[in-house]
Write a protein that binds this ligand. Sequence first.
Ligand code: UD1
Ligand code: CA
Length: 455
Amino acid sequence: MASTLEIVVLAAGKGTRMRSDLPKVLHRLAGKPLLGHVVDTAHALGAVQVCVVYGFGGEAVPQALADERLTFVLQAEQHGTGHAVMQALPKLADDGVTLVLYGDVPLTRVATLRPLVAAAQAGRLGLLTVDLVHPDGYGRIVRDNGRVVRIVEHKDASATERAIQEVNTGILAAPTASLRRWIAGLGNDNIQGEYYLTDIIAMSVLDGVEVETHQPAHEWEVLGVNSKAQLAELERIHQGEIARALLDAGVTLADPARLDVRGRLDCGRDVAIDVNCVFEGDVKLGDRVQVGANCVLRNVSVAAGTKIDAFTLIDDAEIGEAGRLGPFSRIRPGTRLARDVHVGNFVEIKNSQVGEGSKINHLSYVGDTTMGRKVNIGAGTITCNYDGANKHRTVIEDEAFVGSDTQLVAPVTVGRGATLGAGTTLTRDAPPGELTLSRAKQMTIRDWKRPTKKA
Ligand code: UD1
Ligand code: CA
């Protein structure tokens, strides 16, 4: 049986170039902290322990990632990557292997890391390297007859060494007992006065532990975030990957470069998404769902055949089959629309259930409402759900017809098949099947004159 895997995530750096009060690893990529991406990868690798070394920003990092599966270790002062791993060593078991990841390198794939873990489990040191056209700033991989012998940091490198294009990504895996021995032997006699994790490579070679290198399938898998520009760049790369996966799954995207998925988007067959849509949290789109331009959907499920027109916002809601929403609709948390419901422009619905075939097509507010089937809500209808202190429910039964510009002062019930005349202010229940209205009788005052300005 392979020895168990523990993962140390270095996340103590300040990230000066982010020019932010937020610790670098808490900046978000696709709506999730950078460190969250790395932690997800660590869990996906099946680590028995994930140990996060934090420092800058104090408790902000452990607080932001409240997860009982994580161990947090404070590195109060940052004296280099070797020093950072040193802080985690007391938490690690000697009979396992350790993989070192970085809280600011969010996009490394599980498949890229597995061979490193396997190398460590076979008693070797697994090292992830990459060939860069511009290797400036990185530690260089020094080889002798093809074998890795050491890593030299850019600042400590000679001109010949600086010409080497194979660089250290920082990501490595080793048997934990060996790692512990090597780290104990680290010094800080170098240009930066830091304990370099990279110095363990030469120690491993001296120990007769073979260094096995692997390279990622894509360069972006090992790119770190040091600035807002790099963060934006990785965001686009990540979104591009998500878009490509959706296209491969048969989703039509009007423009894969104008899509943002900040969470999980599941699509059925023949789904089409127009430009500039944002999907947050968990979103499910059923077969043949169409999403118009500039829509924002957060934690939403949309059943088959529903069409959502441009500029529609849906938050924490369930949308039934064959519906029509938008343009410019706003669906707020706690809303459930049954099948074949139409919601039109400038309609806001909150915490309400709407029955099959009902229509709310123009300029209305429906809040805390239970609406039956085949109800028609006229333009400008408002449910007055709030009395200044408490919220009250409105009930509108099947096949009711609510005339335009009506206010329903909750708690109030509109009976089955009732009709409300336009302009009604309903303060008591409307009986089923009857016409209810609250308008004053129309009259005309003959020979009435408009007031004129006094001289
Ligand atoms: C490191 C490597 C270098 C490699 C490069 C890849 C060393 C000595 N050098 O250099 O070979 O090419 O990464 O990007 O390891 N950190 C801590 N605590 C510390 C120091 C660093 O948590 O005391 C974290 C930082 O937050 C950062 C990461 O470790 O996420 C790398 O640290 P950094 O100082 O940026 O290392 P580099 O100089 O880039
Ligand atoms: Ca760095």
